[in-house]
Design a protein around this ligand. Structure first.
Ligand code: ADP
Ligand code: NI
Length: 219
């Protein structure tokens, strides 16, 4: 199908498309996560002057080709490309969206910085959802879904990891704070997200303090 790009229709259809794909996810990457990322991506994009349509579309699709959620990430990217082109999204714009969703993942922190303002915005929005009260909820949901423990004082956080090590291995929910979540505040691309990250970061630090105090029966 070729023809005019109908932005509102593409957004509405993208919503349906990912809802179907992520139904049945219990690892914190469910539709509600996508919805929150979309909302903060739009808010940050407004502040930063990024393209709203590209940000919203990339936010909606950002987990649809994620290697930890789909078996064949390459295949999923191809499918999304075809899906976008079939809805008259111009090829450079479709490729921009694909570039964003295929490079924004944390993977142990080893990725190069996002190239475009829209990429920076969507990556920040996704990272913000890993912080604060919601971030805390998602860590434990993810760990439970992976059958990993809440905490084990004998398992020390890993200092640096390859993407493979980051995905697998002997991990606990509490260690994930040190391996990823507490690093995110300083990795934000935009001023807007950095500001929001500060408060969420402080809340996680208070949570950990209380957690250890209870663990040791001090509080
Ligand atoms: P990215 O796609 O940016 O690499 P992930 O999908 O790995 O990010 O992480 C998304 C969220 O899933 C994290 O913020 C965290 O809440 C949860 N998560 C990912 N890996 C782990 C882990 N090893 N232990 C606990 N939670 C995790
Ligand atoms: Ni995400």
């Amino acid at each position: 199908m070729t023809g005019e790009l109908n932005r509102a229709a593409v957004i509405a259809e993208a919503e349906e498309y990912v809802r179907g794909k992520l139904a049945g996810d219990f690892s914190g990457h469910d539709w509600q996560h996508i919805e929150r990322v979309r909302r903060s991506a739009l808010a940050i994009a407004q502040e930063e002057g990024a393209d709203l349509f590209v940000c919203e579309l990339a936010a909606l699709l950002h987990d649809a080709a994620d290697e930890k959620l789909v078996d064949d990430a390459e295949g999923a990217l191809k499918e999304i490309r075809g899906w976008l082109l079939a809805r008259a999204v111009p090829e450079p714009m479709a490729d921009h969206v694909l570039e964003i969703i295929s490079t924004m993942s944390f993977k142990g922190g080893s990725n190069p910085p996002m190239r475009t303002p829209e990429g920076k915005v969507v990556q920040d929005a996704d990272r913000l959802d890993a912080l604060g009260a919601i971030g805390i909820s998602r860590v434990f949901a993810y760990s439970g879904a992976k059958r990993r423990p809440i905490h084990d004082p004998a398992v020390k956080p890993r200092e640096s990891m390859t993407p493979e090590e980051y995905r697998s291995g002997n991990d606990t929910a509490i260690n994930h704070f040190y391996e990823k979540l507490l690093k995110l505040k300083d990795l934000m691309n935009t001023e807007t997200a950095r500001r929001l990250a500060e408060g969420r970061h402080a809340f996680m630090e208070r949570f950990l303090e209380q957690f250890y105090a209870e663990w040791e029966g001090r509080r």
